[in-house]
Every structure is written in C-alpha cells, then in structure tokens.
Design a protein around this ligand. Structure first.
Ligand SMILES: Cc1cc2nc3c(=O)[nH]c(=O)nc-3n(C[C@H](O)[C@H](O)[C@H](O)COP(=O)(O)OP(=O)(O)OC[C@H]3O[C@@H](n4cnc5c(N)ncnc54)[C@H](O)[C@@H]3O)c2cc1C
Ligand code: SF4
Length: 564
C-alpha cells in the first residue's frame, strides 16, 4: 500500500487555495499548502496604520527608477505604491513572454492577491453559464447556475458579503450582511437613471466587508469593518475577506495544515503505471534546493496563468505536452474582463451634505445589454462600478496658489463627482492561448509562459457602448463636465484572468470535468480561474471560492468511497 507525506497538496494559498485549505483541514485531511510567496502572518502588515509622513515617499507612487528596475509589469497596476509594494511581486525576477501585450499582475506573499483585491463580489446568473452554448463561442459549461447556487449559499456567510436584496434575475442576491448605504448623490442618480432607462439599476456595490460580523467571523478574530478604506495595506481587523484572515485562519485552527512559503512548485508528478499524480516537485526559493512531496490528491490553486504554467511544465512519457494534455486543450481560451471604458462628471449642489468615514464600496450598475434583446454590434454584456464622492484637499495638488487664502480653500470639500467604469465579458476564443517558451526560464528554472491573447471586434464594440452608455447615464443623473475614456485594452489589466484549463464534458476539447477534476488524471483538480470556460461580466473571485468548496466536497466523497 502506498504511503504519502500528506493527504492533500494545495498549490497556492490565495483566494482559492485558502478555501481549499479550510475545507480539507476541517474535514480532517492532513494538508500541505505550498506557496511561492514570502511568509506573511495575518496582522503582520508592516505598512498598516503608518501615516504618510512616516513613509519615505509619503506612501505615493514609487520612483521611476524603482518601477522600471523591479516592476516592469506591476508598475501599470493601479494598486502599486509605497504602501503596497511589499505585497507585489518584483516581476523582474519572474519574467514571461508577451507575444501580444498581456499585463500579468502578481502578488509576492502568502495569501496571494486576496490581500490586494478590491473586494467586489457578485454571483453569476443563469445566462452566464449558458452563454457559450447559446452563441457558440467557447466550450459549453458542464454545469449550470443551479449547480453552483448551494455553494454560493455555503461560502458567502463565511466570506461575509455586504449588499442589498434587489431580486434581479441578472444579478442573483447573495446571503447578505447589511449594505454600505448609498450617499445622497448616488441615491439621486439612482432615482434619475432608473426613471430615464427602465431596466437599468443603480445599487450599492456588493463587497466582502464585515458590516455586521457573525460568530463564524469573530471565531477567527475578524471584526467589523471600520470604513477607513486602507484595505490594500492589509487589515488587522479582518474587516475585509482575505485568505489570511479567512480560509487560512480557519485551516490553521484545525492543526491539520502545514503551510510552506518560498516554495515554487514546478511540476505535478505522474505515476506512469497508475496514471495518477503522486505529488509535486518544488524549489525552495531560499536554498534553491529541489524537493518532492507526495499526497493522495493535488489541488492546483496557483492562479490562472501560474497553474497552467505548472501543468504545461509537468511533462512525462505519457503526457509530453503537459500532464493530462493529450488533446492540446491546456492553455486555451484565456480571457480577462474588458475594462478601461466609462465616464465621470461633476454633480452640482448638495454642498451641505457630506459623509462619514471612507466607505470601501460604491455603486454597481448590473448588466443590461443582450438580455432579452440583442444589441446587434456585440455579444454578451458589461456592468459598471463607480460611485459619488466630494473632491477634497487633494485638488490643491493640481492648483496654483500660495498663502492663507489658498490653504483655507484646500480645507473645504469640493464639488460632488460621479463615476461609472465598465467591466465587460470577453469572448472565449480557442486561439487566445498561452504556452511555454522552449528556451527561456525564470531565475528558478521554471519555463516562461508565452502569452498570446488579444481582444477582437466584439470587445472593441462593447467598449464603445460602455463609454457611450456611461455618458448617457451621467447626463441623466444631472452631471456636467463629463469626461469619458476608452483606451486600447491590454488583456490582464483587469486582473480577472480566466481559462487555460477549462471545464467541459468532452476530454478532447476540455481539461476538467464538471467537478474541476482533470479528465485524464483523476486525483488532480484545478479550482482557480483557469477552470472557467467563460467569464460572465461580474468579478470572479466569489465563484472561484464557491467552485473550490464544491470540488473539495466532491473529492472528499470520492476518497471516502475509495474511488480516488
Ligand atoms: C488590485 C486588485 C483588485 C482586484 N479586485 C477584485 C475584485 O474586486 N473582485 C474580484 O472578484 N477579484 C478581484 N481581483 C482579482 C482577485 O484578486 C483574483 O481573482 C484572485 O485573487 C485569484 O485567486 P487565485 O487563488 O486564483 O490566485 P491568487 O489569489 O493570486 O493566489 C495564487 C497564489 O499562488 C501562488 N503561486 C503562484 N505560482 C506558484 C507556484 N509556481 N508555486 C507555488 N505557489 C504559486 C501565489 O504566490 C499566490 O499566493 C483583484 C486583484 C487585484 C490585484
Ligand atoms: S475599510 Fe474596513 S476592511 Fe478596509 S482596512 Fe478599514 S477596517 Fe479594514
């Protein structure tokens, strides 16, 4: 009988890996979590609560030299500044090839991008899971909304989702904690826009923040969000969901988890006789020593591109093109949400109104295109994120002035503004792919992925409508000085990359079955965004977590039935 070092190995400790760790550990499995990132403990956030005047660069943007030397790619991510740089990968050490421009933004520590995310969480809907079948783009999902619904119900109370009940088919309600309320200008915009455009809605954005912590949260030491919106420096209250405050914390309580940082997984290993994986090989990035660990199951949660990179590199006699990849399906159908189009404007009046705290949320405009009526110029849809606020002293940075009067003018809040920026669904395309470079590796010897992904006419037409519809709605809301934008979209920039090891029914056209299980290698599962054959238009992480919990439940039952 085989003996293993662990029951389960989870590759990656971020959004999906944290949930896999919690679920397996709570079921009693001895679980090893391997992460390439540096070690980081919840509440050990170095720049949290440090005022700008104690930061060398006042917490602002990094110098051009530092950006170019260390962060040639991450420098384009809006989140990188002096406060957050400790959590972002020095991507100069982890090169990849951009056959076509692709911004691959990555994190540098345990917890992955769950530390850095903007915490917007939305359920997918029925038409999202049917879209590929209906319009013929991509592989049909082997599951439907009803398959995922119980897992949303399961995961949301643990994560903590604040939002409002709206009863919209296009955006199913979650199990909510109270919403962060809309402010006066947002309420007015809601009323005017919904009147001018029947079918369109403005609702409070749904965010993974604890507005009313429950025992399931306080048990982990998580506390109420203080609405100060400094989340991306890390939050010792655990006011927002991160893998460190949530999934990994719950796994730790069971004493069943071993978490190894600085462990860059390079290969999933195959037993040629049984056709199953035996574990993984990784490099200790501190000692540069290669190590092998074994387990009954391997769960890949290293994030979309990284998981596919490892799988493609896992070659053997049986699978010379990557483990389980006999039909050239691995690396196909890479997508990212189309962004970079929308508008903002000034709202006159309401100068006697202000708001308290810095609410870490805003408004959401759910998808309204291509639901009952075809738009004609593009398929699928988009939603908007945005909000209203009052400009403040920061405006002074862009004004000329000197003296007492100038200083006083900067102490007063400015006008109200309202913004709406779109997130749209990119069509899944077979030719939008990644593969490994035959010669180039990173400094630890892992072959570099080559990104060959581009948007097409559908996305360009969608962006045009995103911009135009935002202008229309801001106008209806009474905005003036409207400025709008629509840039050339570089895939990866929205940080919602998906696809590459997609689920499907047919092993010839997809990599995973409906349980996130590799068609060819039964004890190998992939539960991050790479499993997604299409991408809806809403933010994906909630669905990554729901499908991860579902896959663990299935694997547990299979193991107990002696089928794995
Ligand atoms: C600024 C920002 C804002 C965002 N906002 C939102 C939002 O509002 N809503 C939303 O839904 N999503 C948002 N996202 C995206 C969200 O963070 C990701 O979808 C999510 O974190 C992906 O989860 P994951 O588990 O696949 O990957 P990650 O959370 O990135 O975790 C992957 C882990 O795997 C590790 N890893 C990688 N390669 C290896 C290897 N070879 N060996 C071992 N370990 C490895 C990494 O170090 C990392 O810790 C945002 C992301 C960013 C950066
Ligand atoms: S706004 Fe809430 S979640 Fe964000 S840092 Fe403050 S307390 Fe934490």
């Amino acid at each position: 009988m085989s003996t293993y070092d662990y029951d389960v190995i989870i590759v990656g400790s971020g959004m999906s890996g944290g949930i896999a760790a919690k679920e397996f550990c709570e079921k009693g499995y001895k679980t090893l979590v391997l992460d390439r990132g540096k070690p980081l403990e919840h509440r050990h956030y170095k720049t949290e609560n440090v005022p700008p005047w104690e930061m060398a660069q006042r917490g602002q943007k990094l110098s051009k030299k530092e950006l170019e030397e260390n962060y040639p790619v991450n420098q384009h991510c809006y989140i990188l500044n002096e406060y957050t740089k400790g959590y972002m990968l020095k991507d100069v050490d982890h090169k990849y090839v951009q056959k076509k421009p692709f911004n691959w933004y990555r994190s540098s520590s345990v917890g992955g991008k769950s530390l850095l995310w903007a915490r917007q969480v939305y359920r997918w809907n029925e038409i999202d899971f049917e879209a590929n079948k209906k319009d013929g783009h991509g592989i049909d999902w082997p599951i439907r909304y009803q398959d995922v619904e119980p897992w949303y119900d399961y995961i949301e109370p643990f994560v903590g989702v604040s939002g409002s009940v709206e009863q919209l088919d296009i955006l199913p309600d979650s199990k909510f904690l109270p919403a962060h309320p809309l402010n006066v200008v947002e309420r007015e915009a809601k009323q005017k826009v919904e009147q001018a455009f029947p079918g369109r809605k403005i609702i409070p954005s749904r965010v993974a923040h604890l507005t009313a912590p429950q025992p399931i949260h306080t048990r982990l030491g998580r506390a109420q969000c203080q609405a100060r919106s400094e989340c991306q420096r890390g939050c010792s209250w655990g006011g927002y969901y991160s893998s460190l405050a949530g999934g990994l914390a719950a796994a730790k309580l069971t004493n069943n988890m071993t978490l190894t940082a600085n462990a860059q997984v390079q290969k999933v290993l195959l037993d040629e006789k049984t056709g199953k994986t035996t574990g993984v090989q990784y490099i200790d990035t501190e000692t540069l020593k290669a190590k092998t660990v074994s387990a009954k199951l391997v769960f890949m949660c290293a994030s979309t591109v990284a998981s596919v990179q490892i799988l493609l590199n896992s070659t053997s006699k049986t699978y010379p093109n990557g483990i389980g990849n006999n039909h050239d399906v691995l690396g196909r159908y890479i997508t990212d949400h189309v962004g970079g189009a929308g508008a903002s404007g000034t709202i006159e009046g309401h100068l006697d109104s202000y708001y308290k705290g810095r609410r870490p949320s805003g408004i959401y405009v759910p998808r309204f295109r291509n639901i009952n009526k075809a738009h004609g110029k593009f398929l699928r849809g988009f939603g908007y994120q945005g909000g209203a606020g009052r400009s403040g002293w920061r405006d002074g940075m862009y004004k000329d002035g000197i003296g007492a009067e100038f200083k006083q003018s900067n102490q007063l809040p400015g006008n109200w503004y309202l913004t709406m920026w779109g997130f749209g669904e990119m069509l899944p395309r077979y030719e939008n792919r990644m593969y490994l470079d035959k010669e180039k590796t990173d400094i630890w010897g892992l072959p570099q992925p080559v990104m060959d992904v581009a948007v097409n006419d559908n996305e360009v037409e969608m962006q045009k409508d995103m911009e135009q519809s935002a202008i229309e709605m801001l106008t209806a809301a009474g905005a003036t000085n409207i400025s709008s934008g629509r840039g050339d979209f570089i895939p990866g920039s929205t940080i919602h990359e998906m696809g590459g090891a997609v689920m499907g029914r047919d092993p010839k056209t997809s990599y995973l079955n409906k349980w996130n299980q590799c068609h060819e290698v039964a004890n190998l599962f992939v539960t991050d965004g790479s499993a997604f054959p299409s991408q809806s238009c809403v933010n994906p992480s909630l669905t990554f977590m729901a499908l991860t919990a579902r896959a663990v439940d299935y694997a547990d039952k299979q193991l107990k039935a002696g089928k794995l």
